[in-house]
Design a protein around this ligand. Structure first.
Ligand SMILES: C[C@H](O)[C@H](O)[C@@H](O)C(=O)CO
Ligand SMILES: [Mn+2]
Length: 423
């Protein structure tokens, strides 16, 4: 176990190193309070949900691979897992819930029938923990989504069914926000798309617009509900067209004052997601992030502290926009200890924000304005070798959570004592 004295000493050295650049490490740690990460419930059970005891992800252009033992099979198990994850993370998190994770008590409740009563036990649980809850309609793993279309379906019966589902998720999210005293972000992502070259993109996009107009007819107070729209470039089985493209939702969100959700796994691999932040923030009030890691055709690998995530955090901090950003995660990996995956991914995201908060941005801007480009590049490079790990360790220490590799043993023990005993 890490010796707290050593952690403090390392922090003092780091504090001095950053002070040489005019950066106050205490202030950076304080600012981390504004980085309130929404933990996606679906990493704990491979996006199965609780509609039936054996619910599994199907379709939707997304896929979970791996069969590592210990996935959560009940609400109680999922809550225990999330609480375990939270006990290993500094700062305060939120929970991001999908509509298929209701407390249905063995009753068959179709998606167009869900109500707040199915989520009340989640709200009560969140109240106890003092956390907020975000929400999502689930427009996949359902027979009415099997043909690849939901809100943009040409089948009127199916389209109406999904419109009703999404309307209900907005009502539920608004009630969650009201009861918890923190707005709930209801993020709409639909899988609609086409494997091969479609000829009627226009009709599907017109239908999606019509469906959204109908869904958003009802207004809810902003302090209870935020509406967000998530685009995607392609999915598995929707390689040739996704109806809800980036252009579609950017246009819709700007015109209708909605949040845009940027999922970092949903763009072309050479696109820099961080580059989008300063543009979008000029035209929408707030953004939702789904921090993920795309690897080849998969958009949902466990987040690591890579250049992609670093740039996203840097651009948000440089734009002084932490208060306008909701940070969520979106990855699902069934090939490793799922609790470990959460902690690695969330800590990596926190590390990216802390790294950004430790940047001497004013100095870098000064170099840039003077045309001192070598100096700008040199400083950016030097920052990569500064002791930000010691600052993160100290952040963990003062939050009373395991420092550094200490969390690995805790998770191994949880696996031995809890996860391995699940059937
Ligand atoms: C389960 C989520 O809704 C889903 O991952 C969505 O956010 C997405 O990113 C689909 O690729
Ligand atoms: Mn996503």
């Amino acid at each position: 176990m890490k010796n707290p004295k050593t952690v403090e000493q390392a922090y003092q050295i780091a504090k001095e190193a950053y002070a040489e650049f005019g950066v106050d490490t205490d202030e950076a740690i304080k600012k981390m309070e504004e980085v309130n990460i929404s933990l996606h419930c679906w990493q704990a059970d491979d996006v199965g949900g609780f509609e039936t005891p054996d619910s599994e992800l199907s379709g939707g252009g997304i896929q979970v691979t791996g069969n590592y033992p210990g996935k959560a099979r009940t609400i109680e198990q999922l809550r225990a897992d999330i609480e375990k994850v939270m006990s290993l993370l500094p700062g305060k998190q939120r929970l991001n819930l999908h509509a298929i994770y209701g407390d249905f008590q063995g009753e068959k409740v179709d998606r167009d029938q869900i109500e707040i009563k199915h989520f009340q036990s989640w709200v009560d649980w969140a109240k106890k923990l003092g956390i907020g809850i975000d929400f999502n309609p689930t427009c996949f793993s359902h027979p009415y989504a099997d043909d690849g279309f939901t809100l943009s379906s040409k089948n009127e019966k199916h389209r109406k069914f999904w419109i009703e589902h999404v309307k209900r998720t907005r009502e539920i999210a608004a009630e969650i926000g009201k009861q918890l005293g923190k707005p709930s972000v209801n993020n709409i992502w639909i899988p609609d798309g086409s494997k091969d070259i479609p000829v009627d993109r226009a009709a599907h996009r017109a239908l999606l617009k019509e469906s959204l107009d109908e869904i958003f007819k009802t207004e809810f107070p902003k302090e209870y509900l935020r509406d967000s729209l998530e685009s995607k470039l392609f999915g598995i089985g929707s390689e040739s067209m996704v109806v809800g493209s980036h252009e579609f939702y950017t246009g819709y969100a700007v015109r209708n004052n909605k949040l845009i959700c940027i999922d970092s796994g949903h763009f072309h691999p050479t696109e820099q997601i961080g580059d989008k932040v300063s543009s979008l923030l000029l035209f929408v009030d707030e953004l939702l992030l789904h921090i993920s890691r795309g690897v080849r055709w998969d958009s949902d690998h466990v987040v690591i502290f890579n250049d992609e995530v670093k740039l996203i955090a840097e651009e948000i901090v440089r734009a002084n926009a932490l208060k306008r950003i909701y940070v969520g995660l979106d990855f699902f990996d069934g090939s490793m200890n799922r609790i470990g995956a959460y902690v690695v991914g969330t800590r990596a995201t926190q590390l990216a924000f802390l790294f950004a908060l430790l940047e001497p941005t004013e100095k870098l801007r000064e170099y840039e304005e003077n045309g001192q480009y070598f100096e700008r590049l040199a400083l950016l490079e030097l920052l990569k070798t500064k002791p930000f790990g010691a600052v993160y360790d100290y952040y963990c220490l003062i939050n009373d959570v395991p420092v550094g590799e200490d969390y690995i043993t805790v998770i191994e023990n949880y696996e031995k004592e809890v996860l391995s005993k699940r059937s």
